[in-house]
Design a binder for this molecule. Sequence first.
Ligand SMILES: Cc1cc2nc3c(=O)[nH]c(=O)nc-3n(C[C@H](O)[C@H](O)[C@H](O)COP(=O)(O)O)c2cc1C
Length: 184
Amino acid sequence: MSRVDFGAKPIMFPQPVLIVGTYDGNGVPNAMNAAWGITTDFREITISMSEHKTTKNFAVTGAFTVSMATEDQVIACDYVGIESADKVPDKFARAGFHATKSAYVNAPLIDELPMALECKVKSFNDGILIGEIVNVSADESVITDGKIDPKKLKPITFDPCNNAYIALGEKVGNAFKDGAALKA
Ligand SMILES: Cc1cc2nc3c(=O)[nH]c(=O)nc-3n(C[C@H](O)[C@H](O)[C@H](O)COP(=O)(O)O)c2cc1C
């Protein structure tokens, strides 16, 4: 192996493409793209977040949703990452998104994105948003035998080296199982 150094950079593979949904104080929905986020406990999600219209919104409502960006919605999902609702108040509608209020938190589910985490803000300090996951919901169209089916959901990942969105590939193993072949 001959390794090349890239220095100190926030690079991981795969990174998710999370679409963070919020309402402002008047109930106007917004969405933004966030690739630097991950679940950090059984009921917790952590997202590295700068100041945005989104952060102003959840400061008021105390809530947000996190939808998985999908192959079908790449253009809309990228758009909400390069436009701010501070400048374009109808950004959510311009993305072609339609909102349905979560039954659990004061934040919008996005009708065009079939799977989402519904979260309450636990804290937002030093650019780190921590949310409590109070529900996960998915449309029937992406469920097989009672489970969310990645083949139907078609979530995309973010490639931070090439600024690209990449589709998932094939199943290559069984978690918590295949490694048993090497156990003593
Ligand atoms: C691929 C991609 C990933 C992004 N990831 C993040 C992120 O993890 N954290 C963040 O604060 N902003 C991230 N952004 C930038 C925000 O999505 C962007 O500033 C957006 O316009 C904020 O929208 P708002 O002001 O309407 O809330 C990302 C943008 C793109 C395109």
